[in-house]
Design a protein around this ligand. Structure first.
Ligand code: IPE
Ligand code: IPE
Ligand code: MG
Length: 242
């Protein structure tokens, strides 16, 4: 843990676009799937570290609605890694809950292999202690798809006469997102030298601070996270004001 800023300057919610597993593996003559194995280890380290330093919410972009376009063997390898992680997370969930560390899944879970559904349901416990860290895993997640499903819920309410379309607010749309009730991401980190959000937290990132690095995800360390947080604390957020 480096010289992290005082609590009031820490981000409440950090979003992390885990990218570069494939290039990391290819540069070592390994298969892309081996890159995902290495990336999954780093995910464990960084998620634990976020709990250790008291981050309220951390959202990891693990698999997008567009990632199904990849070759079937790569997708299968990634789904296998999710399963391994879920089995492990299920075993330690009560212990973690007591420590104030809970998991949430953001995305269209119906669209992931059925064998994961039950595990996903079982691992999502409620928080029972204060100072809880919520570790969100965005799985089969797309920012646009998330907005569409929120709008559909509102459309149903309009149809049934419970909602006047003229009264629809930004809060109504936020309330229908997977992140309902959570603070918006203060800081979004993208690695691997790419400067885009790739459909991540599209609605919620309106005023997020963005931080980029060339480091590939399997090489990402807690020191890199510290660097991002320290730089974030120096930024002047104006939200359109002055
Ligand atoms: C991120 O690494 C993991 C997922 C998107 C599932 P990539 O697999 O995108 O790695 P690169 O970008 O091809 O190097
Ligand atoms: C973003 O990475 C999605 C995840 C990290 C899960 P991609 O590798 O899919 O993004 P693009 O294709 O480079 O924009
Ligand atoms: Mg990529």
């Amino acid at each position: 843990m480096g010289n992290l800023p005082p609590k009031e300057l820490m981000p409440r919610h950090i979003g992390i676009i885990m990218d570069g597993n494939g290039r990391w593996a290819e540069s070592r003559g390994l298969s892309r799937s081996e890159g995902h194995v290495a990336g999954a280890k780093v995910f464990r380290t960084i998620s634990d570290y976020c709990h250790e330093i008291g981050i309220e919410v951390v959202t990891f972009y693990a698999f997008s609605t567009e990632n199904w376009k990849r070759p079937i063997d790569e997708v299968t390898a990634i789904m296998k890694l999710f399963k391994e992680y879920l089995v492990e997370a299920d075993e330690i969930k009560y212990e973690r809950q007591k420590q104030g560390y809970i998991l949430r899944f953001l995305g269209d879970i119906k669209g992931v292999p059925k064998e994961l559904h039950h595990l996903i349901d079982k691992t999502q416990l409620d928080s029972t202690v204060e100072n809880t860290t919520i570790v969100n895993i965005a799985l089969n997640y797309g920012g646009r798809a998330e907005i569409v499903q929120s709008v559909k819920k509102l459309a149903e309410q309009v149809k049934s006469g419970k909602l006047n379309p003229k009264k629809i607010t930004e809060d109504d749309i936020s309330a229908g997102l997977y992140t309902a009730g959570m603070p918006e991401p203060d800081l979004i980190i993208r690695m691997s030298g790419e400067y885009r959000l790739s459909n991540f937290l599209t609605w919620q990132s309106a005023y997020s601070e963005l931080w980029f690095t060339d480091v590939l995800w399997p090489d990402f360390t807690t020191d890199d996270l510290d660097r991002a947080i320290i730089e974030y604390a120096k930024r002047h957020r104006r939200f359109g004001g002055r």
